[in-house]
Design a protein around this ligand. Structure first.
Ligand SMILES: NC(=O)c1ccc[n+]([C@@H]2O[C@H](COP(=O)([O-])OP(=O)(O)OC[C@H]3O[C@@H](n4cnc5c(N)ncnc54)[C@H](O)[C@@H]3O)[C@@H](O)[C@H]2O)c1
Ligand SMILES: [Zn+2]
Ligand SMILES: [Zn+2]
Length: 388
């Protein structure tokens, strides 16, 4: 079959790879009908995530049709259209049973790297390096889905692929961000980053009753998309974000700060130059500009909810602010399984429509071009989605 492979830093190529088959009794094989780019893929493309190997198939946000099931698959059926969660859970360990699916103890067969770097390893993720399981990703004609009964969710007939595909990753991630922040009526929420994840965190915060959401980015079309949903917006190229947030909240600061940027945070001025140099020299694994800002801006006693992906160590991490302001700092890879059934149901009722994120439908053959547009945020690209 054809698949979009990572072949080196900033190098992708469509290659012929072996068709996946059933390896375990609880596996299914899914024929992919739509597979999206995600900000997390950029960290792989840019070479910041170790344990990638030339030939690894990328992609973790996808929808498709079940074409084969193992003998222990009880719920899913051949012919069903399914959204598959980007995070692979086993459904049976302590963490999966607690709803903390991205902390699954069983799905990652290569836990050693993360055990060494973080103390413990979490769940595997499709197409996300060998440290996170070494599973082939979804930018391909077919993908093997382990523990299919718990990781594949049937899509209601009236929900198009263009929306259902994002129920795999961007929508549940955004939802989790608001949920971890315990967003509720009366809250002011600030969201750093207006990519697919930030947009969905904005949507979720508004749906959970936030009084006001302030979305921060520098790309006009992304800010316009957040404004369209009802957010106030700040262009960090134009304003001093910390000053502006103070002004907008009567000096108090937002109740909940959702960070949806991650380890490749961009910025302005000397601090950004400093962070880039330290990152390039591998003196830090992650750039912390937006994270520092979120912590600095947050009101006393508020919650900083981190959705952006971080790998290891951030330089100049403001621990004093976390401690002295009594902040709650939370984060996780998404516990998607907790939210996906609700999201698909609300998509079916017309209450959630994620399809505006799909700005660039493309053929798999145009994968390199799709990633280039997505990475450079050219041509208004919010997410390029491949239809193998
Ligand atoms: N926790 C999870 O399970 C999970 C799931 C999906 C994605 N992610 C992570 O979420 C992050 C965002 O993903 P995405 O798909 O939306 O990516 P994206 O690249 O489409 O969007 C990131 C946005 O952040 C903006 N940005 C950069 N620096 C900024 C700054 N200093 N202040 C404000 N905005 C800034 C960029 O302009 C861009 O619009 C990534 O780190 C990704 O790895 C995490
Ligand atoms: Zn993702
Ligand atoms: Zn588990």
């Amino acid at each position: 079959m054809r698949a979009l492979c990572w072949t080196g830093v900033n190098e992708l190529s469509v290659e012929n790879v072996p068709d996946p088959g059933l390896l375990n009794r609880q596996d299914a094989v899914v024929k992919v009908t739509a597979s999206s780019t995600c900000g997390s893929d950029l960290h792989l493309l840019d070479g910041y995530v170790p344990t990638m190997m030339a030939g690894d198939v990328l992609g973790h946000e996808f929808v498709g049709e079940v074409v084969e099931t193992g003998p222990d698959v009880r719920e899913r059926r051949v012919g069903e259209r399914v959204t598959v969660c980007s995070i692979i859970g086993c459904g049976r360990c302590h963490y999966c049973k607690e709803g903390l699916w991205s902390l699954c103890d069983n799905s990652n067969p290569n836990p050693g790297f993360l055990e060494t770097s973080n103390g413990h390893a979490g769940a595997a993720i499709f197409g996300y390096s060998h440290a996170l399981g070494g599973f082939a990703g979804s930018h391909a004609e077919y993908v093997r889905v382990p523990y299919a009964d718990v990781n594949a969710f049937p899509v209601p007939e009236n929900v198009p692929d263009a929306s259902a595909v994002f129920a795999s990753d961007a929508v549940p991630t955004g939802w989790m961000g608001a949920d971890l922040g315990e967003v509720g009526p009366g809250d002011v929420v600030a969201v750093w980053g207006c990519g697919g994840v930030g947009q969905m965190a904005t949507l979720a915060s508004l749906r959970m009753g936030a009084d006001r959401v302030i979305a921060i980015d520098r790309f006009p079309e992304r800010l316009a998309m957040a404004a369209e949903m009802g957010a106030d917006v700040l262009d960090y190229g134009d304003v001093d974000v910390l000053e502006a947030l103070k002004e907008l909240t009567g000096g108090r600061g937002p109740d909940v700060c959702i960070e949806a940027v991650g380890m490749e945070s961009h910025g302005t001025g000397a601090q950004y130059a400093y962070d880039r140099v330290k990152h390039a020299l591998r003196l830090q694994t992650d750039r912390g500009l937006s994270l520092r800002q979120a912590i600095h801006a947050c009101r006393k006693g508020g919650v900083v909810s981190v959705l952006g992906v971080y790998l290891g160590v951030v330089d100049k991490f403001p621990m004093g602010a976390v401690m002295n302001k009594g902040l709650t700092l939370r984060g996780a890879q998404q516990h998607g399984h907790r939210y996906i059934p609700m999201i698909l149901d609300r998509m079916s009722k017309g209450e959630i429509d994620a399809s505006p994120l799909l700005t660039h439908p493309m053929r798999l053959e145009d994968g390199s071009r799709g990633y280039e547009l997505f990475k450079k945020k050219q041509d208004g690209c919010v997410r390029a989605v491949f239809r193998p």
